[in-house]
Design a binder for this molecule. Sequence first.
Ligand code: UDP
Ligand code: MG
Length: 310
Amino acid sequence: MKQLISIVVPMFNESQNIDFFYQKMSEVLSDLPAYHFEIICVNDGSRDNTLEKIEQLAMRDKRIKVIELSRNFGKEIALTAGICEASGDAVIPIDADLQDPPELIVDLIKKWHEGYDVVYATRLLREGESSFRKMTAFLFYRIMRRLAKVDIPPDTGDFRLMSRQVVEAVNQCNECHRFMKGLFSWVGFKQTSIPYLRNRRHKGTTSFNYWKLWNFALEGITSFSFVPLQLATYIGFLTALFSGVYISYIIVTTWLFGNPVQGYPSTIVAIFFFGGTQLMTLGIIGEYIGRIYNESKRRPLYFIRKKTNF
Ligand code: UDP
Ligand code: MG
């Protein structure tokens, strides 16, 4: 019996890319006659005519299934919805802007048949992105690796193949702050990688500006590490140590040279330093508390307005 492979495509304002994406994808899939495919397009509250376009395609091609979310929930949730609705023996999330080359699907499937449960695609090069973005991405993956207990592979996005078993495991994670590539790694199983060159966006611009990326990074770190919460402890230890040394210094100099009034600059520095670190560590605690608050509400992750071809 032919196996079914689900391709999950989150889409937010991608109308300019859909035709070319579909064309490329069809070419690749026609080279793989040994499988059935479903292409699950998740319309994440697009404000252009993305939805009409995918619904038109879905009328012509029954492999295309459409999930329309009730509003824009963000990429991580759109992916979650798509993966949850996918029924394939393997599931492949891919971006609609052709930054993840569909040709690579052939290799992903090959590796899957070698017995791996997760085959992720690691970017060797990122085309068409500013050097600042490349640098921040490079740093983010390295810092994340240091902070998180989970082995999140560097330079790897959501583009990967996951076996049914892995998908079931990911679906069991029901937190609402979802850093998907963290979850994909956290579930474990037998994972391997294949390298690729990341293309530039076909059309349109990225919906992730630096503020969004910063928040995305915070999401990743707070979801998989509490090292930032321990920061206050270590700063506290260090300053206690330092004040011990400083007290001895003051005692000795007072004893040797008397005690002329001095120390306005050092007092001000100390006030600012401790004011700053206290606010900062409070803020870090706030980041976690906010997330605990959100998780405790136990709201549904998303709402589906309409499903087509399911
Ligand atoms: N996306 C989405 N919801 C959003 C933002 C983005 O579903 O709120 C989709 C988008 O359509 C694309 C993928 O997520 O298929 C990656 O987005 P983008 O290309 O903007 O990000 P980048 O590649 O720059 O990280
Ligand atoms: Mg992109």
